[in-house]
Design a protein around this ligand. Sequence first.
Ligand SMILES: CC(C)CCC[C@@H](C)[C@H]1CC[C@H]2[C@@H]3CC=C4C[C@@H](O)CC[C@]4(C)[C@H]3CC[C@]12C
Length: 552
Amino acid sequence: MHAEGLGEEVIKDCEQIVHSEFLQYYTQMKQRCEEYLSFLGSLPQQLERNNYTPGILPVLNEQDTTHSIRPECSCSGHGKCCESSNTESSDDAGIQELDESSDEDDYNFCDTRQSFSDSAASPDMRMKHSNSSNDVQQYNHNFVESRSGKGENECLLLPPKRRTKLPEPVEKEKGVSLWSMIKDNVGKDLTRVCLPVYFNEPISSLQKCFEDLEYSHLLDHAYDYGLKGNSVMRTLCVAAFAVSGYASSDGRPCKPFNPLLGETYEADFPENGIRFFSEKVSHHPMVMACHCEGRGWKFWGESNVKSKFWGQTIQLDPVGVLTLEFDDGEIFKWSKVTTTINNLIIGRLYCHHHGTMKISGNRQHSCKLTFKQQSFLERNPRQVQGVVEDIGGTKVATLRGKWDESLYCNVTNDGVNSSAESTLLWEKHEPPTNPTRYNLSSFAITLNELTPNLKEKLPPTDSRLRPDQRHLENGEYDKANSEKLRLETRQRMARKMQDNGWKPRWFDRDTEDGAFHYTGGYWEAREQRKWDGCRDIFGELPDKKTYPACKM
Ligand SMILES: CC(C)CCC[C@@H](C)[C@H]1CC[C@H]2[C@@H]3CC=C4C[C@@H](O)CC[C@]4(C)[C@H]3CC[C@]12C
């Protein structure tokens, strides 16, 4: 370059660029090697677990790819935390249905076909922050990229190929206005109004719970940071994870399906190193319990929202605590903040999240996050701010960003900012290239996929087998509506079943109003396709003779 007459400064710049690109490449390769090594390390166990004949390798690029997560459950973390949440709103990984009390029970279904303008979801493109490129940020970027589907084919783990779009709708969309549905119910509790399927998205609330784990890699980072003794970064990553669960709620105007009592959902995502399971454990009140195992951590909780209808808005206050336990014994607990759904009657329906979330750890650090209340004149809505404090209450790090965009942190030393530059902790994935009318994220698009291979392995209770939801996904609206009505008739028996002592199949609780915890055994039962006690909840109503057999 000297010989070509280039100036010293230009040469330095070039060196810098080459150096930073090399560093980026190096980090990426290191990451991939680590994943590959951990995968290789887990192979003998997997082969043993799956009884593969020696010499015959399992097929890896299928939906049911096995991975290195221990199947057993540990709920030892319950109640160990030094402090629990201070928010009255709370909840689990989760998500639940708007209709908390009687959902579609006393339905007054009317099939008015007018304009369904509210749901014209348009995924808005947001400005990307082009900020500092330090190691953590780069590491996160690479990680996000290798998991976001872009780098899918290069990934050494050969993850199952997941779909990138929903099926083309069979029928033309029907237009129905929400106002036409609720105008005859003014003064009644809107949550009790039964809506036709056009207001639903083809996702059940159990699947929606799993959406909170889209950015589970943050927990993998948190685990690694903790092992290296960096407790502040661990706490920051946990906080980023807790916020990231809200990202997919942006611009989603439709209602998830309310699962039937005993409905379940499994998500085996070896490419993310996680295995998730959830069950609807109570209909009155509506509660879903979930349990997820990742690399070095477990996450569990239950979701249950208390809703208040204010006319043009609905306020949802989640109830329940989420627990995250790392394999080294560190535990964090938190509760979700309040969600308000706005513009129910006029305008574009949207929701916002507000309140304080206290993430309490049982060791050195805890974090307090504030989801700012949205004001009418707010120029910068959806903001989240937070502080990480040590046990003595000293502020050691701050966090800021937006729940629908990204989060940055600043670690402070002795109360002084150690660097003026913020570090990117988390950034929302790009919207899908094939947008859906429900505005689902790329991750959400994959959740209801049912391959023939997976179908064979599922229990009869899995959300993917729910016929009305499947019809909606296929754009068969009339069939979806009639199946929805049939299942709602069935659902009306749920209260009776619960009163008669119905018990969830995979979760249990110590006291009548205690927290549900996973009793284990789902993945083991799946290996043997032994679905004892799992009824065909989506089939025709059982006749009187067989009815008492349903675990009453
Ligand atoms: C009347 C109908 C059409 C309105 C549609 C309402 C949609 C937007 C509502 C229905 C149920 C709601 C969800 C219910 C519960 C939770 C859990 C909470 O911790 C985060 C928000 C979240 C995930 C809500 C997001 C908004 C939601 C999906």
